[in-house]
Design a protein around this ligand. Structure first.
Ligand code: HEC
Ligand code: HEC
Ligand code: HEC
Ligand code: HEC
Length: 228
């Protein structure tokens, strides 16, 4: 059974039951977890403030080296222009909602839900996977996972529906054999393997202890400054 088909009862999507193609949401905003519209988006630069710290594991740097950060620029490539021509798009792929819906976070967010300006250029940002961050991004809330979830942090590690909103046959380059699974079978998207490819962990020894360790680090820095 395909991943999309397996997800079906969980997502509870209304579908036209012909092709697998019909089983997936048309746009990222149709994933149920994304319909919760109480929270606003802030953009990756706001997450960067804390998540570029070495102690934290610098998730920001990992993201800028990965596929999602460059997703918008991909739409300016020759390959994208060829796809757009084939499909008879009226505008350049980097301006076409048909492409931007999955290649840039901003495209699928209503303007009134943007707390700060976010650019199309920043591609698929943190909040496309972690949820709109205006209410969970405070240090104290972020450090308490229950509190963070209450304030809009999605469970990206467990909810493959978040990925499948974009990684599905509506993508013109979707290759049903892109992933080779441990048992030798193939899939267009495989949650475990795909997560591994974009992995950006908090170091194990820091996880759950960031605030505490940051305090110690700051005290050490102050002591070193006094010693000089
Ligand atoms: C003011 C600092 C700060 C900002 C801004 C911030 N975070 Fe965090 N974040 C933290 C801290 C502190 C933790 C907890 C680290 C620990 O001790 O494990 C954390 C943890 C996380 C976790 C892991 C949650 C878990 O336990 O599974 C995710 C995911 C995350 N942040 C995403 C984001 C995103 C996305 C943004 C931007 C919308 C953001 N953060 C903005 C400080 C921040
Ligand atoms: C908002 C849409 C969107 C979401 C949500 C999304 N992706 Fe992607 N992903 C893309 C796009 C677009 C690309 C292609 C980027 C490029 O090459 O320009 C991509 C590329 C990738 C790639 C590299 C290509 C491949 O399959 O090897 C991996 C790995 C990946 N994504 C993993 C994930 C995982 C894991 C999740 C969920 C936690 C996820 N993505 C969620 C849009 C998305
Ligand atoms: C349903 C979401 C979705 C839509 C709509 C979409 N893409 Fe993508 N795109 C992706 C994902 C996900 C990937 C990663 C590979 C894959 O699984 O298809 C990708 C990868 C690509 C790549 C290949 C990048 C690489 O280096 O391999 C190109 C080129 C591309 N898209 C162009 C376009 C163009 C042009 C459009 C509009 C006509 C478009 N995409 C519409 C999700 C989408
Ligand atoms: C394409 C989806 C995607 C994007 C974009 C993304 N993340 Fe994540 N992130 C994930 C997934 C999935 C996990 C959980 C990994 C796991 O559990 O194996 C994760 C985990 C994390 C964690 C917790 C790591 C841990 O050790 O538990 C932090 C912190 C985090 N992300 C921050 C960010 C920040 C900050 C950005 C933007 C700069 C970002 N992420 C962009 C999908 C994404």
């Amino acid at each position: 059974m395909s991943i999309a088909a397996k997800r079906l009862p969980i997502l509870g999507l209304s579908i036209v039951a012909t092709a697998t193609f019909a089983l997936v949401p048309a746009y990222p905003d149709e994933v149920p977890s994304r319909k919760d519209s109480r929270h606003s988006y802030v953009g990756a630069k706001k997450c960067m403030v804390c998540h570029k710290k070495e102690l934290m594991g610098n998730q920001y740097a990992t993201w800028t080296r990965g596929p999602h950060y460059k997703a918008y620029r991909t739409l300016q490539s020759d390959a994208s222009i060829a796809i757009a021509e084939e499909r008879g798009l009226a505008v350049a792929p980097s301006e076409a909602p048909e492409c931007l819906s999955c290649h840039a976070t901003l495209q699928s967010v209503a303007p009134e839900r943007m707390a700060y300006p976010v650019e199309l250029q920043s591609g698929v940002e943190c909040e496309s996977c972690h949820g709109p961050g205006k209410d969970y991004r405070k240090k104290k809330i972020m450090s308490d996972i229950k509190d963070a979830r209450k304030n809009g942090l999605w469970n990206a590690g467990e909810d493959e529906g978040i990925c499948i909103a974009c990684h599905n046959p509506r993508s013109p380059t979707f290759d049903p054999e892109r992933y080779v699974l441990p048992d030798g079978s193939t899939a267009g998207f495989a949650f475990m393997e795909a997560k591994e490819k974009i992995s950006h962990p908090i170091p194990t020894e820091v996880r759950g202890k960031y605030l505490e360790l940051e305090k110690i680090e700051k005290e050490k820095a102050r002591a070193a400054a006094r010693a000089n």
